[in-house]
Design a binder for this molecule. Structure first.
Ligand SMILES: [Zn+2]
Ligand SMILES: [Zn+2]
Length: 376
């Protein structure tokens, strides 16, 4: 499943004793180590090989953060066999569906998956309240009223709660600071006001994630001296015309006006000169990637990874190692027992109409131990 997306200087020579592939739950992070996993690297179209944007960052202190949660990406999160309850917080760069489409799965999946505290989500404001992250989350939750109501009797009630942290998109500022982890938001230049990029600092290691952006000085200034820089780039205009059926005008608008063309991302990466540059947000295929890589190489000559889903990056002060994860198609999420889950407070089970109850072949009300939880 490795598409050869990692340039030589970053593979064999510096594998640093890691197994050839990353098998979930088989490698404990060292105390001073960061692990980055690509959960989604593709374009707004979903396809089996590449979900929409999402990046997991795990730290040696046990913290876990997810940046963006586009459509399909949470299926890849599940494949890593990490209990949802272990994620500290989720961060959205902007409100395009390919970056926040899996909100419902993040929310309900983590609830059913053992989370015994409110979901913590962070995202930017917009020029008007209706373009902000808070509005997005509230309307998503409201639209799932039936779903939430149906679950509160069976699952711990607290899991339905979401703490929405909306912050000013226009400022460069710390939006999360806890246990030695600092996450800084700064404005991204992407079509209209609102989008941001993130910089995570911990234990002398820095990870910077662009979300969607056209090349900008703000990004360069905030990504300087980072260890790992994940910057977006798109398929070339020619590829968009040949394979996505776009006319030239549309292809140019998408590939260069809204997103960073590879040769433009190249200039940004050269300026930043990170320990490892990662590009994503393009369809990564054997017959499209060489041309994209050649354009990235026009200016930037440093270590480079062309991301695809399940790319795994281990980062310490000494080395950066890039591999692919090998995952099961039939994984069961949340294999571990959730402490306190069974005892956590529920709400009274919502009731169906009598005529539906009467249609049951095996009425549940009289079950021993009460399958219907009456609440407190
Ligand atoms: Zn976007
Ligand atoms: Zn996008």
């Amino acid at each position: 499943m490795n598409f050869g997306g990692v340039d030589r200087m970053n593979t064999q020579a510096t594998r640093g004793g890691y197994p050839e592939q990353y098998y979930p739950n088989t490698e404990e992070l060292k105390k001073n180590e960061m692990r980055v996993v690509a959960l989604g690297t593709g374009r707004p179209f979903l396809r089996r090989s590449q979900a929409n944007a999402s990046w997991l960052v795990e730290l040696g202190n046990g913290d876990k953060f997810v940046f963006d949660f586009g459509f399909g990406s949470q299926m890849n999160f599940t494949a890593l066999e990490i209990p949802y309850s272990e994620v500290n917080a989720w961060f959205a760069t902007h409100l395009h569906t390919d970056h926040v489409g899996d909100f419902g799965q993040v929310w309900i999946g983590s609830w059913a998956g053992g989370r015994l505290k409110p979901l913590e989500v962070y995202g930017p404001s917009g020029l008007e309240p209706k373009f902000g992250f808070k509005h997005f989350c509230e309307k998503q939750m409201e639209s799932y009223a039936w779903d939430t109501n149906s679950r509160v009797g069976a699952l711990p009630a607290v899991g339905a709660e979401v703490n929405i942290h909306e912050f000013d998109y226009s400022k460069t500022q710390v939006v999360y600071e806890y246990a030695g982890v600092k996450i800084i938001s700064f404005p991204a230049v992407h079509q209209v006001d609102g989008p941001v990029s993130f910089r995570l600092e911990w234990n002398g290691l820095t990870f910077v994630y662009s979300g969607d952006t056209t090349p900008s000085q703000i990004f360069i200034d905030n990504a300087k001296e980072a260890d790992v820089v994940v910057h977006e780039t798109f398929n070339t205009v020619e590829q968009l015309m040949d394979r996505s059926g776009y006319d030239e005008r549309t292809a140019r608008a998408i590939g260069t006006y809204i997103h960073s063309a590879p040769e433009e991302a190249s200039v940004v990466l050269k300026e930043i000169d990170p320990r490892l540059a990662v590009v994503f947000h393009f369809f990564n295929d054997f017959d499209t990637t060489p041309e994209i890589r050649e354009r990235i190489r026009r200016h930037y000559q440093g270590p480079l990874a062309m991301a695809t889903d399940f790319m795994v990056i281990n980062v310490t002060k000494e080395h950066i190692v890039t591999r692919m994860a090998e995952v099961s198609e039939h994984v069961w999420p949340n294999k571990s027992k959730h402490a306190g889950f069974g005892e956590a407070k529920r709400k009274p089970m919502p009731q169906m109409s009598d005529w539906l109850k009467e249609a049951q072949l095996f009425p549940k009300q009289d079950s021993p131990r009460g399958l219907i939880y009456k609440g407190d």
